[in-house]
Design a binder for this molecule. Sequence first.
Ligand code: COA
Length: 254
Amino acid sequence: MNEILSHADGGVLTLTLNRVERKNSLNVAMYAALADAIEQAAEDAATRVIVIQGHETVFSAGNDIQDFLKNPPAGAESPVFRFLRGIATFPKPLLAAVCGPAVGVGTTLLLHCDLVYAGDNAAFSMPFVNLGLCPEAASSLLVPRMFGYHRAAEALLLGEPFFAEAALEVGLVNRIVPPSEANALAQQQAKKLAAKPISSLIETKRLMKGPQQEVVLRRMAEEGAAFGRMLREPAALEAMNAFMEKRHPDFSKL
Ligand code: COA
């Protein structure tokens, strides 16, 4: 089965995470498919807007933990880092529709979207510390900026979930709707954008985001180096093995 569905219609490219039985966790092949689609869409005049969406019950459980253990990202050209750079530098509008759990990169990718629509069942979390890891996707920079430092510390140090209303309050999402309406609302807004002059959209996004892009990419690289190192260290190995063995991790000796 194709785990990333790609559908183009009237200038809108919709990328659907389609691995619901594994809670749309993202493996290397999925990151590569997403990165390829986004890189191509950036160049292709036929694509004016991208929408990333999941399922009504789950957006994404983040990195596929087994796959991450087997195929840890190796260097800047690895699919996960290509994907993250792709969303951070995508010059045209990037939208997301989020329902259910959005864990790890399932939440941090939203920091790079222009518009985000959430189902009222959305549950966001960035449990990197609980996994013996550190933030990625420039979330260590963008979350404090967006949430304010203390709320960012709660999200990134405690790693506890927060829900649609809190996400709306900090500005991570634009609107909350019933889960059955989130994908349709994102499509409706994407179609509106696709009908606007693309040169104005690109210029406006560049003016809004351009000045911080270099800083974001630098932070992503810095986080990526630490994340890659920490993935091989005892705390992450204990956390990921505990997840697969369905037990609580024991960090007491680490
Ligand atoms: N990597 C690999 N497999 C995953 C996964 C992930 N990130 N998230 C879920 N799965 C698997 C589960 O192991 C389970 O497999 P099984 O049927 O063989 O037991 C299956 O997907 C269903 O997940 P389950 O945990 O039973 O669903 P749930 O509805 O109770 O909970 C989540 C959903 C997303 C809250 C929960 O799966 C979760 O916390 N996942 C891990 C998230 C995480 O830590 N991601 C890494 C971020 S860097």
